[in-house]
Design a protein around this ligand. Structure first.
Ligand code: 3HC
Length: 293
């Protein structure tokens, strides 16, 4: 790729969000609330319908709290279109990918997006753990690939962790910082490294809480209560694991363990591995450290 090709100055107006799941629909929502034209793309119409329903539900909570008028919520919804074709991202200025955390799927998706999207489009990934450099390598525009890591639940959480790959241009970082701020978020930047900053710190803490439970140090309610009341955390680490998904926590611990060359401090606990293999994934499966039936 010729990095010197002038692309002209650009502003972000149209955003494509790939994936209508928990993170994708949240990102589509905050982008539309900021006035961006948004296309939400997923492989099945059902997923898109569920994503739109989640957005409507979340917006109605915000309207009920009188933090937004019904009229503004209606405008936001009208800015969101849906599609089952990735080619609908062809005129986007920014694509935010929020598909499952499967490295090969991410790489092939970015190769495809690179061929579909206009040359100046920025390709961002909401990955929680996959290397931005490796994702960028799957494209011919590594200077326009960046991490945009939103937190769950997206409409509520202020942070967007911005992950610069080794080739990400400063212009791209600036544009993505600006777009995140327009979405009402606080963007904070870091460099590509296993787990970035957020999950490098958060997931070992959660894993430690699971080890404490496994070793019989305390019951789940006590572990969570100690961290809530003692450290002012909004919810305890085990309840947070249930919110994030135990499979996601295990996946991130494995990425950290491998990424830091087998350092035992990142080894996932046996209880975490057992619960994932038993299908106890937290809120999404109805059972984790707590029951959600
Ligand atoms: N849409 C809109 N508003 C929402 C919402 C949604 N989806 N979910 C919650 N809210 C609002 C509620 O309306 C409520 O508003 P209020 O303050 O005006 O009453 C407020 O958020 C609090 O919600 P609830 O009263 O229902 O419940 P809680 O007080 O338990 O708060 C929470 C929910 C904000 C999620 C809180 O439990 C919390 O902060 N949890 C920690 C979240 C966290 O740490 N997230 C990061 C996860 S790590 C991550 O995402 C990275 C990944 O890579 C793993």
């Amino acid at each position: 790729m010729d990095n010197l090709t002038p692309r002209g100055s650009m502003g972000i107006e149209r955003i494509a969000v790939l994936g209508a799941g928990q993170m994708g629909n949240g990102i589509a929502q905050v982008a539309a609330c900021a006035g961006y034209e948004v296309v939400m793309i997923d492989i099945k119409q059902d997923y898109l319908d569920n994503g739109l329903a989640a957005i409507e539900n979340s917006l109605s909570r915000v309207v009920k709290k009188e933090r937004m008028t019904q009229q503004d919520a209606d405008v936001a919804i009208s800015l969101i279109s849906t599609s089952t074709e990735k080619t609908s991202a062809s005129d986007a200025d920014l694509v935010v990918e929020a598909i499952p955390e499967i490295p090969e799927l991410k790489f092939s998706t970015f190769t495809e997006l690179d061929s579909i999207c206009k040359p100046e489009a920025i390709l961002a990934s909401n990955t929680s753990s996959i290397s931005i450099n490796a994702i960028a390598d799957a494209t011919n525009r590594p200077d326009r690939v960046i991490g945009m890591h939103f937190m769950n639940p997206v409409p509520v959480m202020k942070l967007v962790e911005i992950i610069n790959g080794q080739d990400t241009s400063s212009e791209v970082t600036e544009l993505v910082v600006e777009a995140s701020e327009r979405m009402g978020k606080v963007p904070l930047a870091c460099n590509d490294s296993p787990g970035f900053v957020s999950n490098r710190i958060l997931c070992p803490m959660i894993n430690e809480a699971i080890l404490a439970l496994e070793e019989g140090v305390a019951e789940p309610e006590a572990i969570d209560g100690i961290m809530k009341l003692g450290m002012n955390h909004p919810i305890g680490p085990l309840a947070l694991a249930d919110l994030i998904g135990l499979d996601t926590i295990l996946h991130i611990m494995n990425v950290l363990h491998e990424g830091f060359e087998g350092n035992p401090k990142y080894a996932p606990s046996d209880l975490l591995k057992d619960m994932v293999s038993e299908g106890k994934l937290g809120r999404k499966s109805g059972e984790g450290f707590y029951s959600y039936s």
